[in-house]
Write a new protein. Structure first.
Length: 127
C-alpha cells in the first residue's frame, strides 16, 4: 500500500484538510527523515516526520499507513511521538503558561538590547 504524504498527514489528523497539509509541506513545515519533502512523497512505515504548527514542533515515527480519515483514537495508532519531542513540547508549554501568568513577564518594556535577546532566544527555540 502506498500513501502520499499529504494524505497520510490528513488521515493522521495533523491537519483538518488535505489542502492545509499540502500547504504546510510546500511551506517547509514538514520534514521527511530530516529533509524537505513534496506532498506526493510516498510515506513508509518507520519514517520520521518533523511537523511544525505555529510554535509547536512534533517529531513522530510512522507506525502504520492509512489513506482514510477515521476517528482520533484510530488516527493515533498511525504514529508515535518521540520522547524528546514530548519533553520539549511540555517544557515549551510550561514556559508559555508562565509567561501568560506574568511570572516571567518583564517589569518594564524591553529596550533594543532586550528585544534582540528575545529574538535570539525565539530563533534557538524554533531550530
Amino acid at each position: 500500500m502506498t500513501v502520499r504524504l499529504d494524505k497520510w498527514l490528513w488521515a493522521a489528523r495533523f491537519f483538518k484538510t488535505r489542502g492545509l497539509a499540502r500547504s504546510a509541506i510546500d511551506g517547509g513545515h514538514v520534514d521527511y527523515n530530516g529533509t524537505r519533502a513534496k506532498p506526493s512523497k510516498n510515506v513508509e512505515v518507520g519514517a520520521q516526520l518533523t511537523i511544525t504548527k505555529g510554535q509547536t514542533r512534533l517529531v513522530v515515527d510512522v507506525l502504520a499507513l492509512s489513506d482514510q480519515r477515521r476517528g482520533a483514537p484510530e488516527a493515533q495508532l498511525l504514529y508515535a511521538e518521540t520522547e524528546a519531542s514530548k519533553t520539549q513540547r511540555e517544557e515549551i508549554a510550561l514556559r508559555r503558561k508562565a509567561m501568560a501568568a506574568g511570572i516571567m513577564a518583564p517589569s518594564t518594556r524591553p529596550n533594543k538590547k532586550d528585544r534582540r535577546e528575545l529574538t535570539r532566544l525565539q530563533r534557538q527555540e524554533n531550530s
